[in-house]
Every structure is written in C-alpha cells, then in structure tokens.
Design a protein around this ligand. Structure first.
Ligand SMILES: [Zn+2]
Length: 348
C-alpha cells in the first residue's frame, strides 16, 4: 500500500507541476500579446507640424523624444531635459544599474548641432528627463539649471561646480536673447496608487551606474522659455498647480501627456485649462506620449494597457474645441526644426 501511495503522490506532483508550467506559459503569452497591443499614432487625428524654408532668424525647437527639446535662435541654444540613453524594458523592470550611453550622446549632439548650448534645464529629475544632463553638460560649456536634485545628478557625473546653477523659483535667467524661468509645479500623480512615482530628492552626487529608481523627482517645474519673438512653456509631466501660471502669457505649450489617460478626462480638462487656457497659448504640442523603453529616435506608442495616446488626443481635441477653439493642437515631428513663432520671425 505505501508503495502505491508514493507513486500516487509522484503522479499528482507531476500533474500539478505541468499545470503550473502551462498556466505560466499562458500568462507569458497573454502578457506578450497585451504588450503588442498599441495604438497607431496616425489614428490620433493630430497632424505633424512641418516647417519648410525656415528663415535664419526664426526661433526653432527640435523635439528629440519624451520632453527633450532643443531651442535655438541661431545664436544661442537652450536644451530642456536630456534623455538619450534609453534603459531597456528589462533594465527598467529589474532595476539593473544603468549608465549614460556615451557614443549615442556624442552622435546626438553632433547630428542635431548642439554646439552652442548655453543652458540645460530639466523639467524634473526623473531618469527620463535628467539621465543625460551631466554627460551633455560635460561635452559643452552649458550651465545646468534646475533643482538641488538636478545639481546632484550633475555633480555625480563630474560636471564642474561653476556649470551648476540651483534655480531660484521665479527668477529670470538670461542666456543670449533667451530668458528661462522655472515656475514650481507638481508632477502628475501617475503611480499605481495615485502617488507621484519615484518621489523624493537626490541628496548625494548620483554616481553611475545606478538603477533608474535612483533618479528621484526632486520637484517639478513649468519651464518658461522666453525670447523677444515669443514664449514657450514646457511641462514635462502632466501635473499642474492651480493658479501657478496666472501671470504667464505664452504662445506655445509643449504639453507632457504621459499617462494622462490614467488620470481621467476631467483631470485632463483641468490640466489643459491650467496650461493652455490660462496662458492664452495658440499652439500646443503634446510631448512625452511614446514608449520610453525604445531606443532614441524610435517613436512608438506604449501598449494600450499602459497608456493610450489616441484616446488622450481625442480628449484634448474635444477640450480644445470647448475652451480654446482657435488654438492649434499639433504633433511635433521627431528631430525636425520647427519655427516656434512663424508670424514673428523677420525674413532672413
Ligand atoms: Zn517624471
């Protein structure tokens, strides 16, 4: 009898193991399938902005993915954010230490002509905004302007102290004909439990390699980039502070929309009003809508399971039609110089 019992137990254990393996395989297949369910950007109904025949005197912006933006007036360049190294999905999920991709940073700075950088200004200190600011600063003479956390990211990369400026909120910093102002804002509450993900500060020089969780938010800003030709607001994350921009008039808003869909349409409407309606902007470019685990230059929407930009774009168009009928809602074209204030630029 005991012999039979042992055989039974073995058979039972084998069957259970087979069922578990089968279930795991099914789960993996489901997860893979869900990961590949992505909306197509052309379905957003938004049209890419294309600028032909730029006058030399135009103030331009080049969108380099997420909310990395290169402003240029032909003499001075301002870079908002620095995110060229793209930790992979696996590195993001496992917390494997990552470091800056030096060859890629060299390529990007050369390819997009970043040779007159005066300032590098991260919207906040998460890795997808500030990971490469130190590496870029070290390849230029630009000042890094941001929070104390941003300063510690720069210090960890060995950026000389005289290139690091901890910004006084609301103070206007002049770089050539540009004026840059950091207005305290808040990060979007897009964590799983409605919290700000990776909140907190970077309190020590951030030495690399480090897991992506080492880049803490460190406070978020609305970045106001002003020029005699016009004013642009960059909002890296879809957070807003009621009334914070009441005294700001803008022509263009670069509107961070990552995970805006998870916050609901009502939130999206309040966000729009705080950034666009209150500032009178006539052109809005959504940014930070693509899958940030893809290599630099690959613009692919995230899995619908995580974020659906097509639905967000539908909301934004309806909200625009309600509040700001004459405001244009446009897609930025990756890596292309766009004239920010075409009506202002004197002919070359
Ligand atoms: Zn963030």
């Amino acid at each position: 009898m005991p012999k039979v019992a042992i055989q039974d137990v073995r058979r039972y254990a084998k069957r259970t193991a087979a069922i578990i393996v089968g279930l795991l395989a099914l789960l993996a297949a489901l997860a893979t399938w869900a990961w590949h369910q992505r909306a197509d950007i052309v379905d957003s109904g938004l049209h890419p902005q294309v600028t032909d025949g730029l006058p030399d005197t135009a103030v331009t912006v080049t969108w380099l993915g997420i909310s990395m933006l290169l402003f240029d007036d032909g003499e001075t360049q301002i870079l908002v954010d620095g995110f060229v190294s793209r930790p992979t999905l696996l590195e993001s999920l496992t917390g494997r230490p990552v470091t800056c991709d030096a060859p890629m940073i060299n390529y990007v700075m050369d390819e997009y002509g970043m040779n007159r950088l005066a300032a590098i200004v991260p919207t906040h200190s998460h890795y997808d905004h500030a990971m490469d600011v130190g590496a870029i600063a070290n390849r230029s003479s630009a000042s890094i302007l941001g929070s104390e956390s941003t300063a510690n990211i720069a210090r960890g990369y060995g950026v000389p102290e005289d290139q690091i400026v901890v910004a006084e909120p609301g103070t206007q910093y002049g770089f050539g004909d540009f004026t840059v102002t950091l207005i305290p804002s808040v990060h979007a509450p897009i964590g799983l439990r409605g919290e700000v993900p990776l909140a907190g500060t970077v309190d020590e020089p951030l030495e690399l390699p480090a897991p992506i969780t080492a880049w803490r938010e460190g406070g978020s800003f609305s970045i106001i980039v002003s020029h005699p030709q016009g004013t642009t607001i960059v909002q890296g994350s879809a957070g807003y502070r009621e009334g914070a921009l009441d005294n700001v008039q803008a022509d263009v808003v670069m509107l961070g929309v990552a995970l805006l869909g998870s916050l609901g349409r009502d939130y999206a409407e309040r966000y729009w009003q705080a950034l666009v309606t209150s500032t009178g902007a006539m052109r809005v470019f959504p940014v930070h809508f693509e899958d940030q685990t893809r290599p630099f230059g690959e613009i692919v929407l995230p899995p619908k399971l995580i974020d659906n930009f097509v639905r967000t774009a539908t909301w934004l168009q309806a909200i625009r039609d309600t509040w700001d009928r004459d405001t244009q809602l446009l897609l930025p074209s990756f890596g292309q110089r766009l004239a920010l204030y075409p009506e202002q630029a004197p002919d070359a």
